[in-house]
Design a protein around this ligand. Structure first.
Ligand SMILES: Cc1cc2nc3c(=O)[nH]c(=O)nc-3n(C[C@H](O)[C@H](O)[C@H](O)COP(=O)(O)OP(=O)(O)OC[C@H]3O[C@@H](n4cnc5c(N)ncnc54)[C@H](O)[C@@H]3O)c2cc1C
Length: 199
């Protein structure tokens, strides 16, 4: 494999692929170095019983201005344009309507405290109600939504993300396949590499 390239990109996740596409369009040569045996990074699709199951990303957030919406459609991938069923509990299993309403109210109250009386620490956990009945639920939601507990979430960052979102979220599918199809053609290369060899 040739090792000559104008630009070397480390990592063949969404960011690396986007950089490679941009460079390909500009006429510069690029080489993508990927430590694992596949492209996609946290976009990862598995086949289960003949169906495609996304273990990583699945949603197009701010889909109306998310470049991946256009890329996915141009590549022939299906975008589900129905309103997401977020907030609807399947058959109310183990979580009654009354409990769902109380949990949602606790979430609303926590957000309101961050707006009206933001903690000086900028730590989202400090906006929890002391010994609040739904604090464990809010912590779980924080993990699902942001990948970390509230003690690791900045109030400023939370609202910066919130205000950057258009609130238009759509479900896509098979993101690993999309990643493969989105790679620019040669001279861009995928070079499985020991991560320890890249400083
Ligand atoms: C379970 C889950 C669900 C998610 N759901 C969504 C969602 O619905 N919508 C959404 O928008 N986002 C979602 N995300 C986040 C989204 O997947 C990531 O933000 C996005 O894929 C990150 O792309 P990236 O290119 O920045 O990083 P990554 O995908 O992490 O790619 C980095 C790549 O670099 C490689 N690498 C790292 N170090 C080296 C090295 N030294 N040498 C060579 N290669 C290296 C890695 O192997 C990897 O392939 C989700 C993430 C997870 C884990």
């Amino acid at each position: 494999m040739s090792t000559d390239a104008d630009v070397v990109i480390v990592g063949a996740g969404a960011a690396g692929i986007a950089a490679a596409r941009r460079l390909a369009a500009s006429g510069l040569s690029a080489m993508v170095l990927e430590a694992t045996a596949r492209v996609g990074g946290r976009a990862w699709t598995c086949d289960v019983a003949g169906l495609h199951l996304d273990l990583g990303c699945g949603w197009l957030h701010s889909a109306d201005r998310n470049p991946w919406t256009r890329i996915a459609e141009a590549a022939g991938f299906t975008i589900d344009r129905r309103t997401p069923a977020w907030g609807r509990q399947y058959l109310d299993l183990g979580f009654s309507q009354a409990e769902q309403a109380a949990a949602t109210q606790a979430f609303t109250n926590w957000r309101r405290r961050m707006v009206e009386t933001p903690p000086a620490s900028d730590c989202a956990a400090d906006a929890l109600e002391p010994d609040g009945e739904w604090n464990h639920y809010l912590q779980a939601m924080s993990g699902f939504l942001m990948g970390a507990g509230l003690e690791r979430i900045s109030v400023a960052d939370y609202f910066a993300y919130d205000s950057a979102s258009t609130g238009y979220n759509l479900a896509g599918a098979s993101w690993l396949r999309l990643a493969y199809r989105s790679q620019p053609a040669s001279p861009h290369r995928l070079a499985p590499l020991d991560p320890g060899r890249v400083d």
